[in-house]
Design a protein around this ligand. Structure first.
Ligand code: G3P
Length: 217
């Protein structure tokens, strides 16, 4: 399973990239706001660090304007993935941009039918928002499993990018139901290494090692 990092925090991306944990990056207008940076500038900087797909989102509402924005964003670097919303305008932009050979991430997906039409429009990635579904007492993980089954039934090669990942359990569940990619904030990726038994075991080893009086180096 690929790990994308859902942030425009360049230092956090670089740190996880050095650990081999970054297969790509996703951003959205809220993430750009949080970064306090210029979208073109910060996206270019991220593309300089990460060789995998870097999603940059259009903000226009009409297909023609989305296409223009998408082409401009795609000029930043060859690994830009243009992110468009799951509306008919977004899907029209997806069809045109993917037809030009660009990677397209269709975002704000909340149903299996939406995922089906995104695949038909040529999406490279579909982004179902797991956490936001859980927020309103819907089952985000069931949605990922349904999309997996539909895509496999018909051989769609659109990749399922489980987004709005908020917890380490979301990561495990996404892997179990066969999401191709998860995108998560750096804190969630970092928490994947945590286990109280690891901490307790290490503390015991440290104590016992001190008692041996030995040194390796
Ligand atoms: O990339 C979009 C998505 O991951 C947003 O997550 O936590 O704002 O629902 P969240």
């Amino acid at each position: 399973m690929k790990f994308f990092i859902d942030t425009a925090d360049v230092a956090a991306i670089a740190e996880l990239n050095d650990l081999g944990m970054v297969d790509g990056v996703t951003t959205n207008p809220s993430i750009i706001l949080k970064s306090g940076r210029d979208i073109l500038e910060v996206t270019k900087e991220i593309c300089g660090i990460v060789s995998g797909p870097v999603s940059a989102e259009v903000v226009a509402m009409k297909a023609d304007d989305m296409i223009k924005e998408g082409r401009k964003l795609a000029e930043i670097a060859p690994n830009i993935t243009v992110k468009v919303p799951l509306t008919w305008d977004g899907l029209r932009a997806c069809k045109v941009l993917s037809g030009e050979g660009r990677m397209v991430n269709v975002t704000l997906c909340f149903s299996a039918n939406q995922a089906l039409i995104a695949a038909k429009a040529g999406a490279t990635f579909i982004s179902p928002f797991v956490g936001r579904m859980d927020d309103i007492n819907l089952d985000g993980m069931e949605l990922i499993a349904d999309i997996r089954q539909i895509y496999d039934n018909y051989g769609f090669d659109t990749q399922i990018l489980a987004a709005s990942i908020r917890t380490v359990n979301h990561v495990t569940q996404s892997a179990l139901v066969g999401a191709d990619v998860i995108t998560a904030p750096p804190a969630v990726i970092k928490a994947l290494a945590n286990h109280p038994l690891t901490d307790a075991g290490l503390a015991q080893f440290e104590k016992d090692w001190a008692k041996t009086g030995q040194k390796i180096l």
